[in-house]
Design a binder for this molecule. Sequence first.
Ligand code: IPE
Ligand code: IPE
Ligand code: MG
Length: 243
Amino acid sequence: MNAASVSTLQASDGGAGVPRHVAIIMDGNGRWAKARHLPRIAGHRRGAEAVRATIRAAGELGIEVLTLYAFSSENWRRPEEEVSDLKGLLRHYLLAELDELANNGVRLKIIGDYRRFGPDLAAMLDNAVARTADNASTTLVIALNYGAQDEIVRAVRALAQDGVAPADIDIPAIAARLDTADLPPLDLLIRTSGERRLSNFLLWQAAYAELLFVDTLWPDFGRDDLFAAVADYGRRDRRFGGL
Ligand code: IPE
Ligand code: IPE
Ligand code: MG
């Protein structure tokens, strides 16, 4: 699809148009590597390249927020070597990409209990977020040690800490204490690799999101796949319980 098609997507009559907020469960790196008789880390490395292409495509499409599931609160169950490889890759990615992200107007935000990655990585992430805080083109949200159930538990704890009375606990009071408090509603949630589950990702935020499951393994995902996903979204009729 070329640049002209972006306006076609935006102009879709009666359809949902271009989503403001897209989230992706980037799955299938291990299977991509296995099919090539490569170590799993090779799949994760190629996955990082797919991230690059997807961020660029999101910018072209005018998507305001792109949220990427990079490490779940359950991924600690993986062998220590893989966890350590993933941490190394994150560090490498930040060092290699931060300049480009910052110069392209990308605002970085982290969701999840990322401090569990240790003080060094946490400081790098804090620095990257601070450096891009005034950028306004695309917001890139990376979910790190993120689990939706953990996020909701932390929000409920914050309600208690803030001394909110039971009668004052409502949907906005909870939403304001989630990691995603300052983000627009989730419009489209994509999962790659053929799995059809949410794996503890954005459970609250997905309440009325459109879901799209594609068979493509994450390292093979690219610009055309994001354009196709947005076109699919654009043909949907969102009713939000109404008519
Ligand atoms: C997704 O790919 C990346 C992370 C969860 C960090 P996987 O590593 O889950 O790849 P598969 O599902 O084993 O193919
Ligand atoms: C979900 O993928 C987490 C990320 C993509 C970071 P998993 O591969 O961890 O999910 P399950 O274990 O197959 O549900
Ligand atoms: Mg997986």
